[in-house]
Write a protein that binds this ligand. Structure first.
Ligand SMILES: Cc1ncc(COP(=O)(O)O)c(C=O)c1O
Length: 385
């Protein structure tokens, strides 16, 4: 059976492809962004206890009350904004479902959503599945700065929303306050909704993480998405959420009630324990990742890459052109076949692939031993004759 027209052009995700190749070739997998260590014991224990305590039936559609309350309390701690856990917090199956539900609940056919490349791979298909169109602007190396003029020009009478991701996968860019103020001003002037994907919100090494929803006039027009996967090293749990005004939350919920309807009940109880974690956990988490970032980036530089050291996230983009390969796919094929390390060729995250061809993405959400072993292998890289 042929895949539907809407999805046929997307094929298999690059993450599936690279992880399969890594397994087949016995390569060290620095491609897909999942940790090779476990999430915190107190969180896993809370989920196990929830199963033992009989929290095993369908959850409330918007999320179990302890998690909704914990997320609302956390939001107030982080932003100073008090929100209603029952009407402004929507728990989802990971941030990925929050993105899909937001698009489904917000977009009409013919609408346009402005977003930025390189983009997280689900943004475009989700927008297009709603009959809407993604208008894609480039964050270009070396600094991946927002082109404010291009953004202002891209807004049309059909623009419904601006979708941003900060800290940004895969560039490691953390949007600056001025950039976000510019986006916020456009949203207010042109009556647009902002959707912000903040799954790496606690992985900021340089600068500050500014939440768009905290800028003047933005609380009522921003949908903030996040999840436990990255911050608590539990990517397999797929517990995410959307925080927004009651009106915008109604849009998100109307989308998600026909996707999965509800989210795994015991894992939501585990997630409630996680999001209550204080600065002690988060500070240690960040310093562990800083060590990993520096280890990998220093080594990549020594080996001969041009490294775009990330200000946030657990990914690094590097320019592989000193090694003389034709493009990102050829380079990553060589890496997995001959060097024994899997990485991601970033062109699938671009509408304008010429920006991605010189680049390669490595994930450093791995044990130090894994990173060191990968670095040893990468030292065998030589420029092509
Ligand atoms: C920018 C971005 N958004 C969303 C997700 C998915 O989050 P989740 O696993 O919670 O669905 C990822 C995962 O890699 C991501 O990088």
């Amino acid at each position: 059976m042929p895949v539907s027209h809407r999805l046929a052009s997307y094929g298999t995700s690059i993450f599936t492809e690279m992880t399969r190749l890594a397994n087949e070739r016995g390569a060290i997998n620095l491609s897909q962004g999942f940790p090779d260590f476990d999430g915190p014991e107190f969180v896993r224990r809370a989920a196990v206890e929830a199963i033992g305590a009989g929290h095993n039936q369908y959850a409330r559609m918007s999320g179990v009350p302890p998690l909704s309350r914990a997320l609302a309390a956390r939001w107030e701690r982080l932003t100073g904004q008090a929100i209603d856990p029952d009407t402004q917090v929507s728990v989802t199956n990971g941030c990925t479902e929050a993105i899909a539900a937001t698009c489904l609940g917000l977009l009409n056919e013919g609408d346009e959503v402005i977003t930025f490349e390189p983009y997280y791979d689900s943004y475009k298909p989700c927008i297009e599945m709603c009959g809407a169109q993604a208008v894609v602007l480039t964050l270009a190396a070396p600094d991946f700065a927002l082109d404010c003029e291009a953004l202002a020009r891209a807004i049309s009478p059909r623009t419904r929303a601006i979708l941003i991701n900060t800290p940004h996968n895969p560039t490691g860019k953390v949007f600056g306050r001025e950039e976000l103020e510019f986006i916020a001003a456009l949203c207010r002037e042109r009556d647009l909704i902002a959707v912000t994907d903040e799954v790496y919100e606690h992985l900021v090494f340089e600068g500050e993480h500014v939440r768009l929803a905290t800028l003047p006039g933005m609380a009522e027009r921003t949908i903030t998405l996040s999840s436990v996967g990255k911050t608590f090293s539990l990517t397999g749990w797929k517990i995410g959420w959307a925080i927004a005004s009651a009106d915008l939350s109604r849009c998100v919920r109307s989308g998600r009630q026909f996707l999965s309807y509800s989210v795994a009940t015991p894992l939501q109880h585990g997630a409630a324990a996680a999001v209550g974690a204080g600065p002690e956990y988060l500070d240690r988490f960040l310093s562990n990742y800083r060590q990993r970032r520096d280890l990998l980036c220093d080594a990549l530089e020594e080996i001969g890459f041009v490294v775009f050291r990330p200000a946030g996230t657990y990914f690094v983009l590097a320019d592989h052109t000193p090694f003389g390969f034709q493009d990102d796919r050829a380079f990553c094929a060589h890496l997995v076949d001959e060097i024994g390390v899997a990485a991601i060729p970033p062109t699938p995250f671009y509408d304008h692939p010429e920006h991605g061809r010189p680049l390669v993405r490595f994930a450093f959400c791995k044990r130090l031993e894994t990173l060191s072993a990968a670095i040893e292998r990468l030292r065998r890289l030589r420029p092509r004759a």
